[in-house]
Ligand binder design. Structure first.
Ligand code: EPZ
Length: 430
């Protein structure tokens, strides 16, 4: 089974190119099937979730052509199916974006219900509320969402919860509905804006993305487009925390600094130096970093997808910090693993109380989910001795060439898949 092995102690130093945003790309790939003309998408991250999404698009009949590792041409004129296969939903939750895309274009969709996942129950009631408000009939049959509409007609929708997925899904269906849709209490994440910009590049008429009120005027059909995905805010933030955790000096390149402001602000608060450029941010860790408090919030608040990485950073500062996880109900599962490395964290409900320690010692740990897995790698890179992180399939879902990018920054880390290789690594790195 694939795992990462690392020898901690080296500060991360250097520059790292940030890949395209996974969570923008997933919505944009789904939306790309809404036209029968060619769509070229650039700066796609080469990660498992994206590759699964491309397979699902092919499976329903669209033509997918890889132009290079990060560029794909899609033509959906040959789609013959509005029912998405269950095993895609089991692999990636974002398959639910096919509901909004297929319903918008074909007025019909059958997509398996996503399960819960390791960080919470993650219902999609707000998505379905939006589709119904546009005139779709929604049934749950045989574990799938079955959606049909004679016509989709714009409506006034107020989301009860700020939801990235519901905002993107409803925006897609409304973009080809008749008349105007007003979507209130919308999510404002950079990837919501990126999907709106992509839809507009195909001829949609969407205004206000990035604010909490999005106005969508339906159009009859979309034309083709060429589009480049924004850089990944969370991958960038993960490497920024890597500089803080290892007391290194890392510049994340090809980023949009504004998207990173909440992360930069917290790293400044704990005593790191943070220098912003036009399309890069440099983070310099300091020997003495101190505690602070975090509350995860919808954008522009501190992102929940950076919570585990920040917890590792705070666990190695002096003083006591508190993290309140206000988005998901079960996103502290990594704390037990960190305790095995010497972390001193107590979780009470959705609050983690973190007493900083001088350092971690290496251990064998298991990644409970995508972002927690990346956080445990950061902990291993800071720890004294060897750490093995198992369950890295999660990490490979959202981080392109994670170990290679870390190696280029000076990390002593390898991807291995046998106990024999563990011993070889230990001997080699002594
Ligand atoms: C997206 O998930 C991201 N995934 C998540 O990133 C991210 O953590 C999350 O947004 C919040 O930023 C993708 O974009 C593929 P939500 P999503 O709908 O859309 C509740 C990662 O690590 N809710 O904004 O599923 C929900 O339970 C992943 O890349 C409802 O109650 O998140 C949660 O408590 C992890 N009803 C809150 O809203 C609904 O219909 C926010 O969820 C929808 C959501």
């Amino acid at each position: 089974m694939n795992r990462y092995i690392m020898k901690g102690g080296n500060p991360l130093v250097g520059e790292v190119q940030i890949s395209g945003a996974k969570n923008a790309a997933l919505g944009i790939l789904a939306a790309s099937i809404m036209t029968d003309e060619n769509v070229i998408i650039e700066n796609l991250p080469d990660v498992r979730d994206i590759n699964v999404m491309l397979e699902a698009i092919q499976e329903i009949g669209a033509r997918v052509e890889r132009i290079d590792r990060h560029t794909v041409r899609i033509n959906a004129s040959t789609i013959h199916e509005v029912s998405v296969d269950d095993d895609y939903m089991r692999k990636i939750r974002a398959s639910y974006y096919f509901i909004g895309a297929l319903l918008g274009k074909y007025k019909s969709a059958e997509v398996p219900l996503p399960g819960g996942c390791n960080i919470g129950s993650r219902p999609i009631d707000q998505h379905l509320k939006g589709f119904r408000a546009l005139g779709a009939r929604i049934e749950i049959e045989r574990g799938a969402v079955v959606a049909h509409a004679i016509d989709l007609v714009g409506g006034h929708i107020y989301l009860d919860v700020v939801s990235v997925g519901a905002t993107i899904n409803i925006m897609m269906a409304a973009a080809l509905a008749e008349g105007q849709t007003i979507l209130e209490n919308a999510a404002k994440e950079p990837h919501v804006v990126d999907v709106a910009n992509f839809l507009n590049s195909m001829g949609a008429n969407i205004k206000g993305a990035g604010t909490d009120i999005i106005r969508i005027r339906g159009v009859r059909k979309f034309h083709g487009t060429e589009y480049s995905i924004i850089p990944d805010q969370i991958e960038a933030g993960t490497f920024m925390c890597g500089a803080a955790v290892t007391r290194g000096d890392v510049t994340v390149k090809n980023v949009i600094p504004k998207h990173l402001e909440a992360i930069s602000a917290k790293l400044l608060e704990i005593g790191c130096e943070v220098i912003e450029g036009d399309d890069e941010v440099r983070v310099v860790g300091r020997p003495r970093q101190h505690s602070t408090n975090i509350k995860t919030l919808p954008y522009p608040g501190f992102p929940t997808d950076m919570q585990p990485q920040m917890a590792v950073t705070l666990a190695l500062t002096s003083g006591t910090s508190m993290i309140t996880e206000s988005i998901f109900e079960n996103r502290f599962k990594y704390v037990d693993e960190l305790t095995r490395m010497g972390g001193n964290i107590k979780v009470e409900g959705n609050v983690a109380v973190i007493d900083g320690v001088k350092g971690f010692t290496g251990a064998q740990v298991v990644s409970p989910d995508l972002r927690a897995g990346a956080a445990l790698v950061l902990a291993g890179l800071a720890a004294e001795g060897f750490t093995v992180v198992e369950g890295i399939g999660y990490i490979q879902r959202g981080y392109e060439c994670f170990e290679e990018k870390l190696q280029k920054l000076g990390a002593v880390i390898e991807l291995i898949n046998s106990d024999k290789e563990v011993n070889k690594f230990r001997l080699k790195t002594g």
